[in-house]
Design a protein around this ligand. Structure first.
Ligand SMILES: Cc1cc2nc3c(=O)[nH]c(=O)nc-3n(C[C@H](O)[C@H](O)[C@H](O)COP(=O)(O)O)c2cc1C
Length: 208
């Protein structure tokens, strides 16, 4: 299926077969591919907390406003951004790996690493949160497209109480929870959705 075709045919699915289990290998493979998504300075801040224990899934129902897909999907993936990724140590290490892999020379390694360190140095917590939100969202979109290609269904979810979710899953302040993705085998197609006519959302050279 082409990317265009996946985009044309995907819809958020909210009813899942609770008996269907995605193999752990399949999930890892999807996540590995989603990890190739663009990300700021390649600092690789995205983390994926897979919840596939039915008991834990059920316990999250009230935290997610009783949205049944939380319990019935094969897995929930908590899409997290790791604030630790902004640390110079991580940035230097990633660029060293690129150098060791032969992808760039020493001078580009040092230039890219320093540019990244400088880029994040004076950012507020709010700005860093925005950086994480961008990177996690791009990986999330890739994961949703890859899942559809693999014959699976998904729904992205921000409909949950962030504080309660973090407490229930022991997620520390080191991480920003950006969204959940429920993934599994749909038993009822998602309702179709409209989009604005394309010319209503495009501006040329200035907003009118
Ligand atoms: C960030 C984000 C959060 C969302 N949260 C929820 C949610 O909590 N529950 C839900 O049923 N759908 C949720 N959705 C799905 C949207 O409602 C859905 O994408 C939108 O209505 C368009 O429909 P489609 O995905 O079928 O094209 C969310 C989507 C996004 C991108």
């Amino acid at each position: 299926m082409s990317v265009k075709s996946i985009l044309e045919h995907r819809n958020s699915v909210r009813h899942y077969d609770p008996s269907y289990k995605i193999s752990p290998d399949m999930l890892v493979s999807l996540i590995e591919s989603a990890g190739k998504s663009p990300n700021g300075n390649n600092i690789q801040s995205v983390r994926y907390l897979i919840i596939d224990d039915p008991q834990i899934q059920k316990s999250l129902l009230p935290i997610a406003f009783n949205q049944q897909q939380v319990a019935d999907a094969s897995a929930l993936i908590v899409m997290l951004g790791d604030y630790k990724a902004f640390q110079a140590e991580n940035i230097v290490q990633i660029h060293e790996e690129g150098f060791q892999s032969g992808y760039f020379d020493e001078s580009l390694r040092d230039f890219l690493a320093q540019a990244a360190i400088d880029y994040y140095a004076d950012k507020s917590d709010e700005e860093l949160g925005m950086e994480l939100t961008r990177d996690v969202s791009l990986a999330a979109m890739s994961l949703v497209l890859l899942a559809k290609e693999a014959g699976l269904d998904t729904v992205m979810m921000s409909g949950y109480d962030s504080k309660q979710l973090k407490a229930a899953l022991n997620i520390s302040e080191r991480y920003l929870d950006v969204m959940l993705i429920a993934i599994g085998k749909g038993i009822k197609a998602g309702h179709r959705t409209v989009r604005h006519e394309v010319h209503k959302v495009i501006y040329r050279n200035k907003l009118t």
